[in-house]
Design a protein around this ligand. Structure first.
Ligand SMILES: [Zn+2]
Length: 374
């Protein structure tokens, strides 16, 4: 049989943005332990931004355009949902407290990584009962977090935690790897999309403006401790004192089986979501319409999001100092607050495009109109 002719076109490797997404989702960083993510933010913004920090770790690149004002804040939260080791049993199993909201249904039999004081990563598995001999009521029940535990190679003599350097207080995150799904590889599956995608968007907006004359002062980067109550958003917005606050986060899509709002809710690949409300924020309406108008004018697809529950950093931006006109823009992401989420690359690219245009248009006059309506 003749040898197949080799195709001349080389397969395309990952672009810068994809590599950034892999780097950010791989990073270890539950609430209160965001240092690794902070370093990634600083690394990518250094050189063309001044790197600034609030007192609890929120990390922002400050980039002056043609004017010192207005001050524009665009941030995603750097933390991911995870756990903290809360106890060690006699046999060397680890008990855990949640950092952020978990539905224990998604946890048994999942792999996790624990980081020790010395920075060593210890692998473990959340224990799961086998169904054999289980009573039918027990099978139907969702377990409580208090009943879950991590097995790191536990034994009678309880030496595993000691030998591995695991202590009470160590942080824990899911163990998962980035993968591209779907025929075109545009459905991206990884841990921690909530909210490394927001951090990636903020970094990419700043990078897109690297050589552009934007009429304002931009602060772009990541907040800390969102999953435990929007804490970094408050300290960060107080520190920056912005005229406009834009939070970038994930939101719930309606294109999965059983979704009650499948007729009107957000679908992956149909554009980023601009939120008209969530559990913490009623956005400034002028800002909301300003962003929608830009999307329409530039023909950037978007969807409108409306959530009754679940807050975002935008809610805390809006109520910091004497109140900051704020908005939350999101990427619809399936299965958040579990080991893996799935989002669509086109939505990411479109949100970066949209927010870059928004920053280019936010001059003194536009911000005055947003704030005061004239
Ligand atoms: Zn979240």
């Amino acid at each position: 049989m003749p040898a197949k002719k080799k195709s001349k076109s080389k397969p395309k490797g990952p672009d810068f943005r994809e590599k950034l997404l892999v780097e950010l989702t791989d990073a270890f960083g539950p609430s209160g332990f965001e240092e690794d993510v902070s370093k990634i933010v600083a690394k990518h913004l250094e050189g063309f931004c001044e790197i600034t920090y609030d007192g609890i770790g929120s990390t922002l690149g400050k980039k002056q355009g043609t004017s010192e004002s207005p001050r524009i804040l665009i941030a995603g939260h750097m933390d991911e949902v995870g756990f903290m080791v809360s106890g060690i049993t006699k046999n060397g199993y680890l008990r855990i407290n949640p950092l952020g909201g978990w539905w224990p249904h998604v946890l048994p039999s999942q792999r996790v990584v624990i980081r020790t004081r010395k920075g060593k990563l210890v692998h473990g598995l959340i224990g799961a009962k086998a169904p054999h001999g289980m009573k039918s009521e027990e099978r139907k029940k969702v377990m409580e977090i208090e009943d879950l535990y991590i097995d790191i190679g536990a034994s009678e003599d309880n030496d595993a935690p000691k030998k591995l350097g695991v202590e009470i207080g160590n942080p824990v995150v899911p163990y998962a790897q980035f993968e591209k799904l779907g025929p075109k590889g545009k459905f991206l599956m990884a841990k921690a999309w909530d909210n490394r995608i927001g951090v990636a968007v903020a970094i990419e907006v700043a990078r897109a403006l690297k050589n552009k004359k934007h009429p304002n002062m931009l602060f772009a980067g990541g907040t800390v401790q969102e999953e435990v109550g929007l804490r970094g958003a408050g300290t960060c917005a107080h520190f920056v004192d912005p005229d406009i606050g834009i939070a970038v986060d994930v939101t719930l899509p309606a294109d999965i089986p059983g979704s009650p709002n499948s007729e009107w809710g957000e679908k992956l690949g149909k554009g980023p979501s601009i939120s008209v409300m969530d559990g913490s924020l009623l956005p400034n309406t002028n800002l909301l319409h300003f962003v929608m108008d830009i999307a329409d004018k530039k023909k950037i697809p978007y969807q409108i999001g409306s959530l009754r529950f679940g807050g975002t950093d935008g809610g805390r931006f809006a109520t910091t100092r004497s109140g900051i006109p704020s908005l939350t823009c999101s990427i619809a992401t399936r299965y958040i607050h579990s080991h893996y989420g799935i989002l669509h690359r086109d939505d990411v690219d479109n949100l970066i495009k949209l927010l870059t245009e928004v920053v280019m248009a936010l001059d003194e006059k536009a911000v005055k109109k947003i704030k005061f309506g004239k």
